[in-house]
Design a protein around this ligand. Structure first.
Ligand code: CDM
Ligand code: ATP
Length: 308
């Protein structure tokens, strides 16, 4: 018997970053947006927790116990008192690795849903969300999908209304960026600017009302104008060439451009599907990225797509 779960990647249409907290995290105003570009995780009965991975980035995905899908399977089993869990997890990977699109988090969320179904546990969503938050700040959102405001370190979610489908292009960079390194660079740049970086110096961020209205109205021009990522200066500082990628997509007609989360993937908002295809083609031809994918959203979170 097997269970396949499809799970989306995310882009942060607003990422407001507060000061560094005593626990090493930052308070966020994190507006997550789930896109159709996604991974599939298939859980099959097995012995122990074993992993395999396919896709263009498979070689750089760890297949040991550090993989978020394996950690998720073990965490769910431990929660239910299963001492010796048995599952093989195959990850069909389309989400760029270490790209700022929460690919590992997506696989963690998908593994929770897949193992829950394979083992017939019927774990309530609230419990899955708590386990997801233990795995990482981005994991709860991958369970719910759609568009949501994440507060705290991003794990306290509130679903947001959306008035339509938006068309996106993602430009994948060569090599990833480490999320903690990008947060550290954000703190360093704030310190250097003399504005302070602790949570007593930096105001707690809030969602931008203009951005929320643009989402609710399905207004692509207004959303493009409101896109904002406080981690972008840090990602650009660590990877200056991303400025060329952002410029290439904008010159090709994208209405808005930003670094996705901690980067280095760059995200472009297009007027419609045809405009997105044209921006993706221009980005591929520009030589400023490794690959470019046109996609759309919002889409739902991790859900069973097939049973065998
Ligand atoms: C940049 C984002 O992708 C935006 O959605 C997330 O904030 C990152 O979420 P994530 O990859 O799930 O991050 P976690 O695995 O929870 O944390 C990894 C590290 O990122 C930093 N981190 C993460 C989330 C947060 N709100 N503040 C942080 O400072 C911390 O150094 C933390 O040790
Ligand atoms: N299932 C997984 N897929 C990819 N990377 C994983 C996975 N599990 C653990 N990792 C590790 O996590 C690191 C970050 O990968 P990931 O693709 O989640 O980054 P990211 O998309 O930038 O994360 P985020 O946007 O949540 O900050 C990888 O370099 C890898 O070592």
């Amino acid at each position: 018997m097997s269970v396949t779960v499809r799970v989306p990647a995310k882009v942060n249409v607003q990422l407001g970053v507060g000061g560094l907290r005593a626990d090493g995290f930052h308070d966020l105003a994190n507006v997550f947006f789930a896109v159709a570009l996604g991974d599939e995780v298939t859980a099959t009965a097995g012995t122990g927790v074993t992993l395999s991975c396919s896709g263009p980035d498979a070689a750089v995905v760890p297949l040991d116990d550090s993989n978020l899908a394996a950690r998720a399977a073990r965490l769910l089993a431990a929660h239910h008192g299963i001492a010796d869990p048995g599952v093989h997890l195959h990850i069909a990977k389309a989400i760029p690795v270490a790209g700022g699109m929460a690919g590992g988090s997506a696989d963690g969320a998908a593994a929770l849903v897949a193992c829950d179904a394979l083992w017939g546990l019927g774990t309530p969503l609230d419990t899955l969300l708590e386990l997801a938050a233990e795995l990482g700040s981005d994991v709860p959102f991958a369970l719910v999908g759609g568009v949501a405001l994440g507060r705290g370190r991003g794990e306290i979610l509130e679903a947001l209304p959306v008035g339509g489908t938006f068309h996106w292009v993602f430009a994948v960079a060569d090599g990833g960026l480490s999320t903690p390194a990008v947060f550290r660079e954000c703190d360093r740049l704030r310190d250097e600017a003399g504005t302070g970086f602790g949570d007593t110096d930096v105001a707690t961020p809030d969602a931008d009302p203009a951005l929320l209205a643009a989402l609710a109205d399905g207004d692509v021009v207004a959303l493009a104008g409101a896109l904002a990522n406080d981690l972008q200066p840090a990602a650009l500082s660590l990877r200056p060439a991303l400025a060329d990628t952002l410029r290439a997509g904008t010159e090709a007609g994208a209405l808005g451009a930003l670094v996705s989360g901690s980067g280095p993937t760059c995200a472009f908002l297009a007027k419609d599907a045809d405009a997105a295809a044209a921006v993706a083609a221009a980005l591929r031809a520009s030589g400023t990225c490794r690959a470019a994918h046109a996609t759309y959203g919002p889409v739902p979170g991790a859900a069973v797509s097939a049973r065998g």
